[in-house]
Write a protein that binds this ligand. Sequence first.
Ligand SMILES: Nc1ncnc2c1ncn2[C@@H]1O[C@H](COP(=O)(O)OP(=O)(O)OP(=O)(O)O)[C@@H](O)[C@H]1O
Ligand SMILES: [Mg+2]
Length: 484
Amino acid sequence: MENTICSAPTKKEYMGNMASNSHEKETVIHILIVDDRENMRNLLSQTFQEMGFNVSVASTGEEAIDEITQHLYHIVITDLSMSGKSGMDVLRYVKSVSPETEVIIITAYGTIEIAVEAMRLGAHDFITKPFQLAVLQNKISKLAKQIQIKNTNRAQTWIHPSVKHLVGESAQTRQLRQIIARIAPTKSSVLITGPSGVGKELVARALHEASPRRDEPFIALNCASLAPTLLESELFGHEKGAFTGATSRREGRFERAHKGTLFLDEVGEIDPGVQVKLLRVLQDGEFERVGGTETIKVDVRIIAATNRDLRQAISQGTFREDFYYRLNVFSVYVPPLKERPDDIPALVEHFLNKFSMELKKEVYEVDDEVIELFLQYPWPGNIRELENIMERAIVLATGTQITINEMPYELQNYIETERKKETEVQRRLYEKDDFSLEEHTERLEKELILKALEKFHWNKTRAAELLGIKRTTLQYRIRKLGLE
Ligand SMILES: Nc1ncnc2c1ncn2[C@@H]1O[C@H](COP(=O)(O)OP(=O)(O)OP(=O)(O)O)[C@@H](O)[C@H]1O
Ligand SMILES: [Mg+2]
């Protein structure tokens, strides 16, 4: 079968390819086929592979949604009626997370109403069973050509659709998407910093998806959860008999990430001994498995994330400076949500779509009062907290709207409590005859220290970091203020 895609005009794929030595490259069209019958999946998958497309399959709507969350697809072809999530659910989800992806719905029960509804939700086309394969092939060829042309026209400014997973219209988030698009095509390491729950892992995934490595593995490892020896064997693998319990040879994350991306989460927690070994891989791309002598070479891009201040860790001697510079070729800072309130409306909309679909609830809007509250609240848990609050609210919602009643108690009372605190401070300041600055600052100090300690579950090192004082100083003050 002739591959009609090859005749499409060539184009520059990413903004990053704008570099002078870039070669013109055609987009490989990625297609996801969703059908619960195996023979249909096989038939379509084989047909489109022969046409030169990159094809993946999913056997349920749930699987499809998982796929769509993880990878970028240009085209999704989905059966309409499946047990569990339907083709319509898949369509809705695709349009909420990746609006540029084109969806074609296949159904045996083609009624005009369903077709109209699918088109209204943004489906590209609709095809009724039984159909001739050639008809579908023709549609897909045309669509693929359109996608190629669209990309050509936008070659200079086109940002990879996967970064659209990063929802938000604030200046900071727009800039973040641009930075991702610009640095994704390189192989250089990236260090992502920012407080907890701001989306560091999402940025790491977007970097991978927007890179030429996107069809290769993205392997993530949380470095904080493992003791140094375990971490080492997780990273580099081990030979049979390397230690008690090593009953067979095991590949490490580096080998599994070959040609792809390795995401080292909470990199600030890595033991200095393991840092030395990682430094070598970053410099030369080689290592040995634990208990092994064979040198293994890999081609892996490293993306690391941390919510700690690594410069401070360097000055405290817990983080190697040479390792830091190798990691930090590009740095990406993801700011806390309270610094980018302009993201809130789009994020609320995004989570509303996501959870009302996942939870099969018809909740379409959020009361203005709630949005007002969201805009004032400081979001210590950042986007993760907003996400949880939205999910909870949709579970609790009784009508089509989310109201203040579905907010957690602390949030409902947030504004009132804040107001009370303010007046209390004023009262203390101005109304008390025997006002003492010393007493007042002590109370304030107590409050701040307690807040910092609570935030990190009484982890004094982290609380001290937040307060910008030494751990020993914090301990001294805790004792002095009688906080224990
Ligand atoms: N801009 C965004 N658009 C949509 N969802 C987002 C965005 N940023 C974060 N999220 C969602 O918020 C949650 C937290 O994000 P993520 O896990 O990436 O944060 P993190 O910075 O890695 O947090 P931690 O430091 O605690 O590991 C995830 O469910 C993620 O999908
Ligand atoms: Mg994370």
